[in-house]
Design a protein around this ligand. Structure first.
Ligand code: DAK
Length: 259
């Protein structure tokens, strides 16, 4: 499919797709069309059997500087209700395959929320994270008060959301928001290395493991353990489980097929 504001390479490397946000002059501000394109691309890649992991990135200067303020500026509450952008974000959140954000430069507002919607974040040394919505008279609306608080704790989240101040990659790593920091010239390579490590695993197990970890944020411990147990049992119905254990016994590398 042809997109205007994103670029998609379904086989950037074996079993790994790359999606690049591509509005560089606007620091990848997330307008409605870009978000719609991203939703459609992620759904297509999620349905593509040749793709096991998806990496989402921007460019060196910006992952995304937030929702497009110029597009939002004149909107009324009823416009926002009718546009119902939440259904787009909800669809993105439903991506079943592991999704890695490769972040350099600004990840602000909706950009920070988009990175946090991903399962892991690989950052460059120049990455900055923030929820500056308060500076333009609003507040985070796509998970910034919830996911950020769960990731970095109340004290830091409150400060970021109430002052709009950005945190550096170092602070984000110390706070547990991101997985690692690497020099800017290799942040995408590093994200792809992480993707390759995951792509070698059983894609069925990866999907169910992702679902199980995410459930930890939504439910009680007992209910989470129940889902974990059912997903664990379910994997014993997969060919990948047979292959993985057989390969261990035969002292060879497994060849997972995703079945
Ligand atoms: N929207 C529109 N344009 C933006 C933009 C944004 N968020 N961020 C930057 N740009 C544009 C600038 O206007 C400028 O365009 P021109 O003036 O050249 O035409 C160009 O990108 C370069 O930006 P600067 O000249 O400002 O570059 P600087 O290096 O001086 O500053 C900056 C970089 C990132 C510090 C600054 O641009 C900035 O403060 N940007 C705004 C950051 C921000 O406030 N982000 C939060 C936006 S609110 C929702 C889901 C999510 C959201 C809402 C609803 N639903 C599901 C309903 C999310 C809301 C937000 O994210």
């Amino acid at each position: 499919m042809a997109y205007e504001f994103i670029q998609v390479e379904p086989q950037y490397q074996p079993h790994t797709a790359l999606v690049r946000l591509n509005r560089p002059k606007e620091l990848n501000a997330l307008n409605l069309q870009l978000m719609g394109e991203l939703r459609d691309a992620l759904k297509e890649l999620d349905d593509d059997d040749n793709v096991r992991v998806i990496v989402l990135t921007g460019n060196e200067r910006a992952f995304a500087a937030g929702a497009d303020i110029k597009q939002m500026a004149g909107k009324t509450a009823i416009d926002m209700l009718n546009i119902d952008q939440f259904s787009t974000w909800d669809q993105i959140k439903k991506t079943k395959k592991p999704l890695i954000a490769a972040v350099s430069g600004f990840a602000l507002g909706g950009g920070c929320e988009l990175a946090m919607t991903c399962d892991m974040i690989v950052a460059s040394e120049t990455a900055q994270f923030g929820q500056p919505e308060i500076k333009i008279g609003v507040m985070p609306g796509a998970g910034g008060t919830q996911r950020l608080t769960r990731a970095v704790g109340k004290a830091r989240a409150m400060e970021m959301v109430l002052t709009g101040k950005f945190i550096s990659a170092d602070e984000a790593l110390a706070a547990g928001l991101i997985n690692r920091i690497v020099p800017v010239d290799i942040y995408l390579t590093e994200a792809m290395r992480l993707a390759a490590d995951i792509a070698r695993m059983s894609p069925v197990a990866a999907k169910l493991a992702k679902e199980s970890v995410n459930q930890a944020f939504n439910t009680s411990l007992d209910e989470g353990l129940l889902l974990e147990r059912k997903n664990f049992y379910l994997l014993f119905a997969s060919e990948d489980q047979t292959e993985g254990m057989q390969a261990f016994v035969e002292k060879r590398k497994p060849d997972f097929k995703g079945r």
